[in-house]
Design a protein around this ligand. Structure first.
Ligand SMILES: NC(=O)c1ccc[n+]([C@@H]2O[C@H](COP(=O)([O-])OP(=O)(O)OC[C@H]3O[C@@H](n4cnc5c(N)ncnc54)[C@H](OP(=O)(O)O)[C@@H]3O)[C@@H](O)[C@H]2O)c1
Length: 306
């Protein structure tokens, strides 16, 4: 905890000429990630579902960094049509895309379905990011060297023994809400693994990370579900939490560190602060990753056709 950090803000190289999108960048570790990319002169898009919060973050980042190339990109991962439109709105700008940080997320929410009828944690954390990334991928490949970072979690270790039980994803009482979160975070890693494999030999580096236990607004779902008990538990737990600045370091490492290219890191899983982490056996299961890819692709196609 008090040892030397493997990666710090000072280690972020100059990013002049680079274009980056960070999802869920209006608050939490996403905000810090966008801010530090902007501080190093990247042209940064703050992807956020709320215009008010997104534009508020843009103004704050501009003020804090002096970088005027910070823009708002409307993105609501709860709607696949919106996700596709958001990616297309970015593509219409005819800019390159060197860094995509798939950071937005929800945790332990009460049972809810997305606009497309997908269980919300799986839909927002995984399916929405899958469609967003796949739509942007030709641009990311054309902009190589480029990076994609999937923000996962240590919570991926809480998935059931089979990893992803596809028939249970949309069954209301099949899994407790924390397990639904774990499955969605396992999906973040498996998707990064499959994408990294498909991009082998290209200069597109895809990795996943766990930011650490960080004091952010992520616990909103728990507070809504468990009320005062959750508030008390969280106020104690937060005494041990990392600051959002420290929490952003690992995704900034995967998004910017020259080490990623030098060591040809692909399909890796990093933990604070940019160290190589250990994935569960499920998170290394290529067959499961391929099954997830096919399941997600079919789901997205079905929903977009509807
Ligand atoms: N905090 C931790 O201890 C921890 C640990 C492990 C992993 N993580 C991961 O870190 C990532 C960032 O979380 P955080 O801790 O910074 O949480 P946070 O403060 O709650 O930020 C989450 C971000 O995601 C956005 N978001 C939620 N639903 C969205 C949707 N439908 N469309 C677009 N954006 C949406 C939120 O937007 P709004 O403000 O509009 O809700 C917010 O900008 C998540 O992927 C999380 O799973 C966090």
């Amino acid at each position: 905890m008090f040892g030397k950090k493997h990666f710090t803000f000072q280690d972020i190289p100059d990013l002049s000429g680079k274009v980056a999108i960070v999802t869920g960048a209006n608050t939490g570790v996403g905000y810090i990630t966008a801010r530090e990319l902007a501080r190093k002169n990247a042209h940064v898009f703050v992807a956020s579902r709320s215009k008010e919060r997104g534009e508020g973050a843009v103004e704050k980042i501009k003020k804090e960094t002096g970088n005027e190339q910070v823009e708002y990109l409307q993105l609501d991962l709860v709607s696949l049509k919106n996700v596709k439109q958001s990616a297309e709105n970015f593509l219409a700008k005819n800019l390159p895309l060197h860094i995509l940080v798939n950071n937005a997320g929800i945790m332990a929410t009460a049972w809810t379905l997305t606009e497309d009828g997908i269980q919300d944690q799986f839909g927002v954390n995984h399916v929405g990011h899958f469609l967003f990334t796949q739509t942007l991928l030709p641009k990311i490949e054309a902009s190589a060297p480029s990076r994609i970072v999937n923000v996962s979690s240590l919570a991926h270790t809480g998935a059931p023994p089979a990893g992803i039980e596809f028939d249970k994803i949309n069954q209301e009482d099949a899994q407790p809400t924390f397990q639904r979160y774990s499955v969605s975070k396992l999906a973040n890693i498996l998707y990064a693994n499959s994408l990294a494999k498909r991009l082998e030999g290209k200069e597109v580096y895809v990795n996943s990370i766990h930011p650490g236990f960080v004091k952010t607004e992520l616990t909103r779902g728990i507070i809504d579900k468990y009320g005062i008990i959750a508030r008390i538990g969280l106020s104690v737990a937060n005494l041990f939490a990392k600051s959002p600045d420290d929490g952003a370091l690992t995704q900034l490492y995967a998004a910017t560190s020259p080490e990623i290219v030098e060591k040809n890191y692909r399909g890796m899983y990093f933990v604070p602060f940019g160290e190589i982490g250990t994935k569960t056996a499920q998170a290394q299961d290529d067959e499961l990753a391929e099954k997830l890819w096919k399941y997600t692709e079919d789901l997205v196609n079905e929903k977009l056709r509807a």
